[in-house]
Design a protein around this ligand. Sequence first.
Ligand SMILES: Cc1ncc(COP(=O)(O)O)c(C=O)c1O
Ligand SMILES: N[C@@H](CCCC[NH3+])C(=O)O
Length: 467
Amino acid sequence: MTHMHIAGSIHADAAHGGPQWLEVPRDLNALDPKLWPRGTVRDDQGRIVVAGAPLTDVAREHGTPVYVIDEEDFRSRAREFRTAFPTWDIYYAGKALLTRRVARWAAEEGLGLDVTTMGEMRIALAGGMPAARLGLHGNNKSDEEIRFALEQGVGRIIVDSFDEIARLERACVDGGHRARVMVRVTTGVEAHTHEYIATAHEDQKFGMSITGGQALTALVRCHSSQYLDLAGIHSHIGSQIFDTHGFEVAIRRTMRLASQFRTATGVELPELDLGGGFGIAYTSADTPEPTGDIAAAFEEMIDHECRAFGLQRPHLSIEPGRAICGPAGVAVYEVGTVKVVDLEGGRSRVYISVDGGMSDNIRPALYAAEYSAALANRTSDAEPVLSRVVGKHCEGGDILIRDVFLPADVTIGDLIAVPGSGAYARSMASNYNQIPKPPVVSAKDGATSVMLRRETLDDLMRLDVGE
Ligand SMILES: Cc1ncc(COP(=O)(O)O)c(C=O)c1O
Ligand SMILES: N[C@@H](CCCC[NH3+])C(=O)O
């Protein structure tokens, strides 16, 4: 979408995502290709069509709100990682979006899966992902989760604390298992992203500190254990990152740690995992780097640090989640009410209430995450007006899109489509205000198929077992 900067552009509230100029799009009917699943178009009736499926038909068949995942888009992004990082292992981060079908797609595209809980392990395995291609994360894995992972033969367990190392060893003794482990470290990198999704600085719950020495101690501890096979170091610096500089620092610090480990033990670590975090475009202002460029930069950094520390190149892996499923997903809502609120200076804002909200996408409320939106059931030549897309929850902060220009004639019954909704929306959904969670359907060649059905009020009523 091309933008022009016009007088009267709204200066978004600095408290919500930092100062920025919101630009009025020249053409509200145009679909910026970097935001939508590949091949998304408007048909001759003006309807948005994802993977050959008009969103009006999706809404009619499955109701709203609904999450639509373009299967081929997901697969193509998975393949892109495979191609860009041919010698690396790619673990799709299931926390972003996981269903059995999604696990199958990942498996078929040659990916592994990063899982964090019993639930994620069970879904991944049920979807056909081989246990050997699972990596189990978590800063507080339960004994049950550890035991299950060992029994299933999960490929690697990423240990996050000394308590967990001891607990894992006990589980190995009890069950007669060995475990392949990586040590999750904090590199002290200040990743340029929202503080809640940055995970490499020292003062937070994940990992063991390189600076504080715990990371090296944990590596040596795992290396000397008779029950654990130490694969290497794991670093995840955060999520929705555009700038590779943070990764560069993380690579340098993890390689230095690997060299310290060699000095301490005489052994080189065979593997290094750099986690996920690759950012996607949520609005036209976002500019993610092509996967191939990221891969080239990573390769160069790894080569450089291997030379600097005289280390052999380790076997490498990454864990992209959002970058694979995020752009493949579109959320579709129906408009229920439209309200105009007068602002200072003679301006006004249109509040468009849709039939979902913070229960199906908490990201705007949690991280001040920004999204874009388009009218999905028709085109419009009405003038662009500053709009706020809000949900139906009993909460003033139930805002899906804080500032977006939409046509002035948006009205009850229209469909609003929100691109970039494949990751961390449905997977972080809640039942706030007793709202059943929306379904997730996959779309391919014009056909849609439910992979996660809509929750019903009966589902919620059945949970309530008291008087
Ligand atoms: C350990 C780990 N790996 C991978 C990911 C996936 O991150 P993203 O979806 O940003 O690629 C996460 C989430 O941030 C994570 O915690
Ligand atoms: N859930 C976050 C990303 C971090 C989760 C993974 N550790 C988001 O929506 O952006």
